[in-house]
Ligand binder design. Structure first.
Ligand code: SF4
Ligand SMILES: [Zn+2]
Length: 468
């Protein structure tokens, strides 16, 4: 399930063997390819290809390099083409200040007009930016404010968010720029550049930002990944980009493919949502989705919305019984650990946690509990002694070391629950082999202060987890 979201299949470098290149990609597991035009003829060529191959989809648009060559009526032609069945975006459009092919003011003008077009057509955009992230961000911000209706619909039936607005392909900006883009509901992708040794900034962004914001692309015939660097690129090589992203994210290749495919579904409407799951694998751990109930209501939580994590649909309609949970696990010993988690607070079902954990331990598995640390308040007693021997490891969401911010983030009584959570961690430390506290990586959280507090004052392990 590889999806190459950016491949110039009409390029003349493919003239001699285009069908072989496409066939090789399909044989290598590429299930969809999005071909972005750079002007009218290439947009038309992309549409022709999409009529011949089920796997090919199209974006139509004028590339910044071509802005100077634009003739009267070209933008109207692009808009007319955007009505074709397999056109999924306007692109590639944007700004390029690296090469001096078109005057800046002209680039900006054509970019703005195509964003207006995308909003009229309610289509996402595929953005090219090079040495122009400041102006790109500014113009995107303008468009987002000017066209409040643009992509203002839930991408899936349950989503609380509106649909993503586009992708910055071959992203050329800093980590802070990347965060700014995701806040405006844009995704990010990198072609083979991610595999280059000197692409430090790309590697940093691809390891810090949550996988939920990324898609795969090759930008073929350009940007071939290592070990093909400098040669002609082709869509079958998208696997090399995916493997690098897996390495940077600390995820498995399967996780990358599931997650990026889901992002493609939200953005371009290609593919479908998986059915909900009780047990789901990430890396070599198995997670158990035993409840969607929670005593908190975190501002960043998607429990009542889409509830999709790395492409896994967690939107179970009813809570599974102990037998159903056990059946969904299979052999617990084949995983590094089995984690009570899901979108919800597992200690709300303490008895089910204990029953399933006992069974996992009998079968030789390892058990972790992911919790908000409010189990004591929820169950009106100290529950740690009951978990001894059943749970090997506990992860507690610290969220913030400041009770007031904690309360605001979780929309609960900050003072009361913050103290309860700290007490829970201290108690757990006495009885459970491994205890860690986690914070979400969002920019108004002081991660280093949180680390010191956890390590020095509570005396347990600390982990930062990416926000999405
Ligand atoms: S504690 Fe977890 S499940 Fe509950 S609202 Fe917060 S993020 Fe969502
Ligand atoms: Zn391109």
């Amino acid at each position: 399930m590889f999806i190459d979201t950016h491949v110039h299949l009409y390029d003349k470098q493919f003239d001699a063997d285009r069908d072989d290149v496409i066939r090789r990609a399909i044989d290598a597991g590429v299930t969809a390819m999005i071909v972005p035009g750079i002007d009218v003829p290439t947009s038309e060529a992309a549409i022709e290809l999409s009529e011949r191959y089920d796997e090919i989809y199209v974006a139509v648009g004028i590339h910044p390099h071509e802005s100077a060559k634009l003739s009267n009526g070209d933008l109207d032609t692009i808009e007319r083409l955007s009505h074709q069945k397999k056109v999924v975006a306007i692109g590639e459009i944007g700004l390029d200040y690296h090469y001096d092919f078109s005057p800046v003011e002209q680039q900006k003008d054509i970019f703005r007009r195509q964003l207006a077009m995308a909003s009229r057509r309610n289509l996402p955009v595929i953005i090219h930016n090079r040495k122009a992230i400041g102006d790109t961000g500014e113009i995107l911000g303008e468009a987002v404010n000017k066209f409040p209706e643009w992509r203002n619909f839930p991408p899936t039936p349950y989503s609380h968010d509106t649909a993503p607005k586009g992708v910055l392909h071959c992203f050329d900006g800093t980590l802070d720029d990347a965060w700014d883009m995701t806040k405006m509901n844009f995704n990010i992708s990198y072609p083979g550049i991610l595999t280059f040794k000197n692409a430090k900034q790309a590697a940093e962004i691809a390891s810090r930002l949550s996988i939920e914001f990324f898609m795969l692309e090759t930008d073929a015939p350009y940007m071939a990944p290592v070990p093909h660097r400098g040669k002609r690129n082709e869509p079958a090589y998208v696997r090399l980009v995916a493997e690098k992203l897996a390495e940077l994210q600390g995820l498995s290749l399967e996780d990358i493919l599931r997650s990026t495919s889901y992002t493609v579904y939200r953005l371009f409407g290609i593919g479908e949502l998986e059915p909900p799951k009780i047990a789901y694998q990430i890396r070599d751990s198995l997670y158990l989705n035993i409840t969607r109930r929670c005593n908190a209501d975190c501002v960043f939580c998607d429990r009542k919305g889409e509830a999709v994590v790395k492409g896994h649909n967690l939107r179970i309609e009813k809570e599974p019984s102990v037998d159903e949970i056990i059946e969904s696990i299979g052999d617990p010993a084949q995983y590094k650990e089995v984690v009570f988690c899901g979108y919800g607070e597992p200690t709300i079902r303490l008895d089910a946690v204990k029953d399933v954990a006992r069974w996992i331990k009998e079968k030789g598995g390892k058990v972790r509990l992911n919790t908000d640390g409010h189990g004591g308040v929820i169950n009106k007693r100290n529950i740690i002694p009951e978990l001894v021997g059943l749970v090997d490891s506990i992860s507690i969401s610290l969220n913030s070391i400041d009770p007031e911010q904690y309360g605001a983030l979780m929309r609960i009584d900050g003072k009361r629950f913050h103290q309860a959570m700290i007490d829970f961690a201290r108690e757990a430390k006495k009885h459970i082999p491994e205890v860690v506290m986690t914070v979400v990586d969002i920019d108004d959280i002081d991660v280093e202060r949180a680390r010191r507090f956890v390590e020095e004052e509570v005396g347990v392990g600390f982990k930062r987890r990416p926000y999405f």
